[in-house]
Design a protein around this ligand. Structure first.
Ligand SMILES: Nc1ncnc2c1ncn2[C@@H]1O[C@H](COP(=O)(O)OP(=O)(O)OP(=O)(O)O)[C@@H](O)[C@H]1O
Ligand SMILES: Cc1ncc(CO)c(N)n1
Length: 269
């Protein structure tokens, strides 16, 4: 049996709900062997980000090389990339190793509003990394920054998704978590030809720390197994819905989601 392997290139979240920690937990729950290249260590909890400590470019490059040269990941996810130099380095490494299953979560700010990406890095994200993405998963504010468009409606989201495909992404998933206008959360996928909607019941909760990381990690895990993008997103949507619904209630701010909820009924009886 071949065990699928996925690499996450992202920041560490000491609080355990987002970043590298969310990615590894999600990979594990979906039966995928997880590997990491850490861009920055953050001190975070449910109340906010208390510190951001980037690693050197050399440290990031060596981690990616170590994984690439011996462990051959089947899919690669990027999360918090911190600055333009890291984005360019990661893009060069992806091209160098000929990796194709690239899932880009264009992390810019944490739920509490603190910046996780330096402002001048937006351009590098658009020009270097976006064209390499098999799937890019912006939330609404990130899609606004990447396209320069104001997004108020689903039609605006469709226009933004088209713009991002024009910029080179193969599939664009504009998530709906930030649109709280109705009881259904709708995520919109554009594959360059067709729009697909993925709907879930909106849970009234402040415990949504790391939802974006977890969702993108689940897509990555499913793609690493050889699934197509639509099937991968279907599973990822079910995974994040369970993780949000089955509240842990930790901390006094934006608490983490429950990464083992999806498997709970089968495994943890
Ligand atoms: N309150 C909610 N109820 C149900 N589903 C939600 C809710 N909030 C977010 N989601 C789902 O979670 C996934 C992530 O979406 P979201 O827009 O929250 O990402 P994000 O803002 O990038 O997350 P973060 O930056 O905190 O990691 C999407 O599938 C979205 O539909
Ligand atoms: C390290 C890290 N990556 C991503 C996010 C976005 O949820 C976060 N809060 N922290």
């Amino acid at each position: 049996m071949t065990v699928s392997r996925a690499l996450t290139i992202a920041g560490s979240d000491s609080g355990g709900g987002a970043g590298i920690q969310a990615d590894l937990k999600t990979f594990q729950e979906l039966g995928v062997f997880g590997m990491t290249a850490i861009t920055a260590v953050t001190a975070q909890n449910t109340l906010g980000v208390q510190g951001v400590y980037p690693l050197t470019l050399e440290a990031l490059k060596t981690q990616i090389d170590s994984v690439a040269e011996d462990l051959s990941p089947h899919a690669i996810k990027t999360g918090m990339l911190f600055n333009a130099d890291m984005i360019r380095l990661v893009s060069q490494q992806i091209v160098h190793y000929g990796w194709e299953n690239i899932i880009v979560d264009p992390v810019m700010v944490a739920k509490g509003g603190q910046s996780l990406l330096q402002e001048e890095a937006d351009e590098a994200l658009i020009t270097s990394l976006l064209p390499l993405a098999k799937v890019i998963t912006p939330n609404i504010p990130e899609a606004e920054v990447l396209t320069g468009m104001e997004i108020r409606t689903l039609d605006h989201r469709k226009d933004a998704a088209k713009r991002l495909v024009d910029l080179g992404a193969k599939n664009v998933m504009v998530k709906g978590g930030h649109d709280s206008t109705n009881d259904v959360v709708t995520d919109l996928l554009y594959d360059g030809h067709t729009f697909h909607l993925f709907e879930g019941e909106r849970k009234e909760t402040k415990h949504t720390h790391g939802t974006g990381c977890t969702f993108a990690a689940a897509i990555t895990a499913e793609i690493s197994k050889g699934n197509n993008v639509l099937d991968a997103i279907q599973t990822a949507k079910a995974f994040i819905q369970s993780a949000i619904e089955d509240q842990l209630g930790f901390g006094s701010g934006h608490g983490p989601t429950n990464h083992w909820a999806y498997n709970k009924r089968n495994v943890y009886r």
